[in-house]
Design a protein around this ligand. Sequence first.
Ligand code: APR
Ligand code: PHB
Length: 393
Amino acid sequence: MQDTRTQVGIIGAGPSGLLLSQLLHLNGIDSVVLERRDRDYVLGRIRAGVLEQGLTDLLRRAGIGERMDRVGEIHAGFAIAGGDKEFRIDLESLTGGQTVMVYGQTEVTRDLYQARDAMQGTVVHEADGVTPHGIDGDAPYLTYEVGGEAFRLHCDFIAGCDGFHGVSRASIPVESLRTYEKVYPFGWLGVLSETPPIDEELIYAHSDRGFALCSLRSRMLSRYYVQCPLDIDLADWPDDRFWDELKARLPRAAAERLVTGPSIEKSIAPLRSFVTEPMQHGRLFLAGDAAHIVPPTGAKGLNLAASDIHYLSTALIDWYRDGSDAGLKTYSDRALARVWKAERFSWSMTKLLHTFPEDQPFDRRMQETELAYLSGSKAAQMALAENYVGLPY
Ligand code: APR
Ligand code: PHB
């Protein structure tokens, strides 16, 4: 067993773990990131790409905003469609000037890796059997293996940034945690294609056949989704079937503009809402998907991970700089207050736009009326826009 030491041991090299290590480094705090997979695997994951201003500001402060500001696209609004009707949510005017940035999570992760490399940050890949120990005391440590060799990493704090299926949450005694979960009875079938996007802005579409989303990564890279049953087989969804289904769910004018082409990625994602309380146990702090999951409607996953990391990094910086544990003590409450509001928003957008198998005719009328109300009410649009651009940290 080889013994090593760092100040903050971070489990998981997703956006949460990498951003935390970067922010700590800039404040003179040493960390080691332990990642179960290899770097290509981490960078191969395709996820949403709508960044709130809080996140873009944080990335700039972390010194990794340059490529995002160069190639990311500012979006001042998006469309909501219901059947053949479509209306625009003018984020900029409804929020007094706020917008979102369209820039893929994969690119954010790539930029974070580059920054960690440039600063000689330690990210250990293919770390097997990562296990937190001693989190109830003041000398926690992590054990793991790389290539059959065993390591023990001593640290002051452990950050559990290891996603929904990670080891961090699982290492907290069950009686100390409360979890809340809602599993939706459908998923999203997503396609990435090297085609020009259907529109300059995103289109969220409700139809009798189910929800559809037209998104994009760049001028020549489109991302589309259709709501699907959870038990479908990708083999039954050749590209032509996907494009036909997508068109059938869009307003006619939009469907006519759709440029189709071969998919370069196709996958199914389940939809889930999940929250763990508290987000801390002793010296172990949970952040990002390790602590909570939102359904992708509204693209809040990465943005919530970022606000957690903002609260956690400032708390750790205060502790190392002033010896103050005030931020660490309130981390969970501060993070959760924002988490629950994003959970509410993601859940309400999901309910507004999807078809639910159990819905009765009355429920469908309510949903249509919600959309009609939203299309004609500035007050309702303001509430939606305020949440879409992101509540303040
Ligand atoms: N040991 C080490 N690493 C682990 C372990 C483990 N036992 N379990 C999981 N990991 C790694 C995963 O391989 C992954 O790279 O932790 C990382 C977690 O990354 P993400 O799942 O991307 O979670 P997070 O960094 O919190 O990012 C949140 O990801 O899922 C999206 O919508 C979500 O956009 C949001 C973002
Ligand atoms: C995406 O581009 O993948 C995306 C965009 C907006 C969402 C969800 C996903 O609400």
